[in-house]
Design a protein around this ligand. Sequence first.
Ligand code: NAP
Ligand code: F7E
Length: 337
Amino acid sequence: MKRALITGITGQDGSYLADHLLDLGYQVWGVVRQTSAGESPALARLRDRVEVIQGDLLDQGSLSRAVRQSRPDEVYNLAAQSFVGRSWNEPVHTLEATGMGAVRLFEAVRDHAPEARVYQASSSEMYGYAAAGPVDATGPFLPHSPYGVAKVMAHHSAAVYRRSHGLHVSCGILFNHESPRRGPHFVTRKVCRGAALAALGHSEPLALGNLEARRDWGWAPDYVRAMHLLLQHPEPLDMMVATGVSHSVRDLARVAYAAVGLHWEDHVRLDQAQLRPAEIPNLTGDPTAAAELLGWRPEVDFGEMIRRMVLAELERLTPAGLPRGAPPPRVDAPPPH
Ligand code: NAP
Ligand code: F7E
């Protein structure tokens, strides 16, 4: 039975990856940080199936203990301060957690499990301004946000541990991926919740920022399959994971509100406060290498994903069923979780 250690197991990707690895017969350990708010719903769902180890990306000793205790065959570093918008307000914390946190974990692996295969969660945000021209898994990287800088730091550090210390570290350069488990401040979840609220008769308009930004949005459960496949490749690799198709935030709003029979223009307002200090107009990936080298293909397309997310929001908002008189949701996807 293979043993996997996941940091960020309470996040969107960590929780889907844990489900996936458990289905494959792995023993799974998760690094979880202590919070004053108590146990998160994500952890409550996983607790009886995974081994939980207290730890924090900011604390070297806790990461070293996590690697020593779990004796992993595979380590997935998914923990991060992952919200790009927040990274302008908290650049130091973002660099410490998202950048230095990865280095701390690589050190722990080097000392306590040098044979383990390591997955580093790199990001399309690393391309930043370079995305205006041709990019591939080697770059160029010209990040526009403190988050992007932190991810570049971790990405280049992974290459150092690979070349200098012989660690088997692979970096998945993942483009945006979404699900009902997405954090509420990310734009897909925010828009899908807005559409569900509007369908239930709430009249407060949804405040959005840049409607023209284009992102390559995929389905998170598809992307955790790619993470696992990447670590099964005999050689450590850097690999783009994307759908190859982008949509604008405007498209996203149109599809989400249309899923409940509404016109987005009637329910969305522009809000300067949602604009970022810098923006990448278009981030679109190329899934060719992932298809050729890993046999990976995304299975859920953008429209289906948004319908699933809107349906999940309707279910969250009406746990006892729709109220009398509420417009029947037109979303026809199966429950996603
Ligand atoms: P997420 O939902 O925001 O989850 C982040 C996880 O990191 C949570 O479990 C969080 O724990 C944990 N964490 C944050 N700070 C920590 C710290 N100081 N010590 C220990 N754990 C900490 O992120 P995600 O969407 O699953 O993304 C997974 C990884 O992929 C991240 O590294 C992200 O930057 C990267 N990525 C994501 C995407 C995407 O589109 N989703 C694309 C490219 C790359 P708490 O529950 O305690 O907050
Ligand atoms: O923004 C625009 C915003 O916050 C997407 C993380 O997982 O993917 C994610 O980062 C786009 C941006 O995700 C609003 O300006 C417009 O252009 O959902 P987001 P993100 O910043 O792309 C990358 C690949 C990661 O690695 C990150 O960890 O949508 N946008 N209006 C808005 N965004 C938000 N959040 N809220 C708005 O109102």
